[in-house]
Design a protein around this ligand. Structure first.
Ligand code: LLP
Length: 397
């Protein structure tokens, strides 16, 4: 685990840049990227990193530099992807509510394809492409109705969700698009949800997709690539498990199609931590409570999904263990990192780090309670580099 190996560097970064502070390991990030490449060796696959997990420009540049493309879901992310060096022909654009301005931007930038999520969006895309005199390369996001067995808020591939369209609607859309000169179908896509730890849902959905694509082929619609989405899970406190089990599902079709995969969390989660200091201790009834200087506005996953991210005390933590709630200063009872956590009671000023905060950490942070967003630093072999400044009060007031 890179955190234990880099304890001194982390503590020095905290001294220099203050807390709360997001700290990332370059070495660990490159390791996850290498893991993906190794697992899919021999398959024509484009990894489109889902920027929503972490869109820091410096991290994105590292990922783009290793040949990855990008999966974006807004005009903001599209701009961020381009400015971090992702090549336009490796960028795909998903999302249920793209505005005309966003569609136009994607067309003007000649990205790989737009992942269309409804018939009405397809009509809007056709209209926008005609207005701009451009060809719109598109894919359709299909909802394959497969249960991803994950938290409800991050499950997307079941019937009834707002994402994608069912196979019948997708079929009508591809057929309609065939008659439109501006529209060019290049792919079909599914994304089942996030925090998937088993290949089984991928296998089920992929089987359905193959059946669908071969029925399209019979009617003369030939798609070159298939997009199997992201979602590969990361257990809090650990690196991702090998994605080779997913590669093996598609490998038999490697000669026939090219593939796209859209990993987000699994690329960055384990490479980031959120460092905070213990401010105060108190008791409430029988409970010990430790208040940190980081809060749900900095890292919302425990509050929003009940996610249990391990917390380590890097300053000491020797002595008798007690049970304590680790909470933040925000005025909500939902503002906590861990409940009833068995730990040595931290001293005031101790540095605690929340693990696996590299994905959906900073990118979901907010200014709630008018708290400035934290700074971000990157640990490199050559030293520590500030990759985003802490927000200042004038910026947020
Ligand atoms: N592709 C699409 C179309 C997506 O909607 C997502 C994530 C991904 C790829 C990347 O999924 P990943 O590999 O990161 O699981 N905020 C939540 C996660 C929301 C995921 C939304 N979509 C969390 O903190 O757990």
């Amino acid at each position: 685990m890179w955190v234990n190996k880099n304890k001194k560097k982390i503590l020095r970064a905290v001294e220099k840049f203050g807390t709360p502070l997001y700290i990332y390991s370059e070495e660990n990030l490159l390791k996850q990227i290498a893991e993906y490449k190794k697992a899919f060796r021999g398959i024509d696959v484009l990894f489109c990193y889902a920027l929503k997990a972490n869109s820091n420009r410096h991290l994105c540049s590292l990922i783009a530099g290793r040949g990855f493309g990008a999966d974006v879901v807004s005009g903001g992310e599209l701009r961020a992807a381009l400015s971090s060096g992702f090549r336009p022909e490796k960028i795909i654009f998903s999302g249920v509510g793209k505005t005309e301005e966003e569609l136009a931007l994607a067309l003007r930038k000649n990205i790989f394809f737009i992942n269309v999520e409804s018939f009405e969006e397809l009509e809007k895309l056709d209209e926008t492409a005609s207005r701009l005199g451009k060809r719109a390369d598109f894919s359709i996001r299909i909802n394959p109705d497969v249960d991803p067995h994950t938290h409800n808020y991050i499950a997307t591939g079941k019937s009834g969700s707002k994402f994608g369209v069912d196979f019948e609607e997708a079929s009508r859309m591809y057929s309609w698009a065939r008659k439109r000169v501006r529209l060019n179908a290049v792919s079909a896509h599914f994304h089942l949800g996030s925090q998937l730890f088993s290949p089984v849902p991928y296998r089920k959905a992929f089987k359905k997709l193959l059946k669908f694509v071969s029925s399209l082929e019979k009617s003369g619609i030939n798609l070159k690539s298939l997009d199997i989405g992201g979602g590969w899970g990361v257990k809090e406190g650990l690196d991702m498990g090998s994605p080779a089990v997913i590669a093996e599902i598609i490998r038999p079709y490697a000669g026939k199609y090219s593939f796209i995969m859209e990993p987000g969390r699994s690329v960055t989660a384990s490479s980031g931590i959120l460092a905070a200091r213990a401010l105060y201790r108190k008791t409430s009834g029988k409970r010990n409570i430790v208040i940190l200087d980081a809060a749900m506005n900095d890292f919302i996953r425990p509050s929003l999904y009940g996610a249990s991210h391990p917390v380590l005390n890097l300053s000491g933590g020797k002595g008798k263990k007690v049970r304590a709630d680790i909470a933040g200063p925000v005025c909500e009872s939902g503002d906590f990192f861990l409940k009833d956590f068995k730990t040595v009671l931290p001293e005031r000023g101790d540095v605690l780090v929340i693990l696996s905060a590299g994905a959906y950490g900073y990118s979901m942070s907010s200014n709630y309670n008018l708290r400035p967003k934290p700074a971000e630093v990157l640990l490199k072999k050559s030293g520590v580099r500030l990759i985003r400044k802490r927000q200042s009060y004038p910026e947020i007031i």
